[in-house]
Design a protein around this ligand. Structure first.
Ligand SMILES: Nc1ncnc2c1ncn2[C@@H]1O[C@H](COP(=O)(O)OP(=O)(O)OP(=O)(O)O)[C@@H](O)[C@H]1O
Ligand SMILES: [Mg+2]
Length: 150
C-alpha cells in the first residue's frame, strides 16, 4: 500500500492536483473520497473528471441531490455523492451495484457510507481543513504509479 500527502492552498490547486492524479487513472477503479463538509471532495472531483477528459471542469457539479452523475469519454466516469444516504436501505435502493457491471472510474463522496464490496482496485483520498484555504489531502492506494503522480 503506497501513501502520499499534499497541502493545497486554494481550490484551484486542489483541482489541479485532481487533474494530475487522473492522468494515471485507468478503469476499473474505485476512488473513495472522505472528509468533512467543504473539505474539497467535489473540487478534487472536478479536477479528476476534467483530467480524464470526460467533462469540462465547470460541468462537474456536486451530485448531492441527484446522487449519481455519469460522464463518458473513452472511459465511463461516475461521480456519486452519498451525503444524503442515512442507512443501508437507502444505499440499496440506489442500485449502485449496477455501476460495477462494466469497467469504469467510480468517484464516491462521503465514501464512509459506501458499504458495497467490489473487487476493483481502490484509491482512498481523505481531505481535511488545514486553516483558511489550506487543505491536507492524503491518498493511499495499491497502485504505485498512481500514487507517484502529482
Ligand atoms: N485548498 C482548497 N481546496 C479545495 N477547496 C477549497 C480550498 N480552499 C478553499 N476551498 C473552498 O472550499 C470549498 C470546498 O467545497 P467542496 O464542495 O469541494 O467540498 P466538499 O468536500 O465536496 O463538500 P460537501 O461535503 O458539501 O460535498 C469550496 O468553496 C472551495 O472554493
Ligand atoms: Mg461535495
Amino acid at each position: 500500500m503506497a501513501e502520499r500527502e499534499w497541502i493545497t492552498a486554494s481550490a484551484e490547486e486542489t483541482t489541479e492536483l485532481g487533474r494530475r492524479l487522473a492522468s494515471s487513472f485507468r478503469a476499473p477503479l474505485l476512488v473513495l473520497l472522505t472528509g468533512d463538509l467543504g473539505a474539497g471532495k467535489t473540487t478534487l472531483a472536478k479536477g479528476i473528471v476534467s483530467g480524464l477528459g470526460a467533462a469540462r471542469e465547470e460541468d462537474v457539479t456536486s451530485p448531492t441531490f441527484t446522487l449519481v452523475h455519469v460522464f463518458h469519454n473513452h472511459q465511463t466516469v461516475y461521480h456519486v455523492d452519498l451525503y444524503r444516504i442515512t442507512n443501508f436501505h437507502d444505499l440499496e435502493t440506489l442500485g449502485l451495484e449496477d455501476l460495477f457491471d462494466r469497467p469504469a472510474i467510480l468517484l464516491v463522496e462521503w465514501a464512509e457510507k459506501f458499504t458495497i464490496r467490489a473487487d476493483w482496485p481502490v484509491i482512498r483520498i481523505h481531505l481535511e481543513h488545514a486553516g483558511e484555504d489550506q487543505r491536507r489531502i492524503h491518498l493511499e492506494g495499491a497502485a504505485e504509479e498512481i500514487v507517484s503522480q502529482g
